[in-house]
Design a protein around this ligand. Sequence first.
Ligand SMILES: [Zn+2]
Length: 115
Amino acid sequence: MIPDRSPQIPDEGDVPAPRRMFLREPGWRVGHKLGSEREFCYMMAPGQDYYHRLLDGEVYVHHGDERLCLACAERRGLLAYQPRGLGRAGSPAGLVIEYDPSAGDSGPGVIELDQ
Ligand SMILES: [Zn+2]
C-alpha cells in the first residue's frame, strides 16, 4: 500500500514574487555577511525590543558602521523596486520653431509660427 502523501509544499504565507531591487541612497553600499561574527542590524524590527543579528550569508546594506538587513532597509525606504525615471516619458513634444535668419522680409527677432 502506498502512503498517500501530498507533494504539495506547505503554505508558508505570501511569498513575494521575485523582483529587482535598487539602492540609490548616497553613501549606502551592499554587503554580504559571511561567518558567525556577531554583527547587528541597526534598526529594531516592529514588535521587537532588541536589535537582531545579521546572519551568515545574509545580504545587507551598510553606510559607514551602520548596517541594516534588507527588511529594515526597505522599512526605512532605502530600497526601490523600479529603475530611476520609469514612468516618466520623455519630455513632451516641444514646439519646433523654424527660423531662417536669411529669409529677409521680417525684421530681426521676428519669428513666424507656421501652423
Ligand atoms: Zn534589520
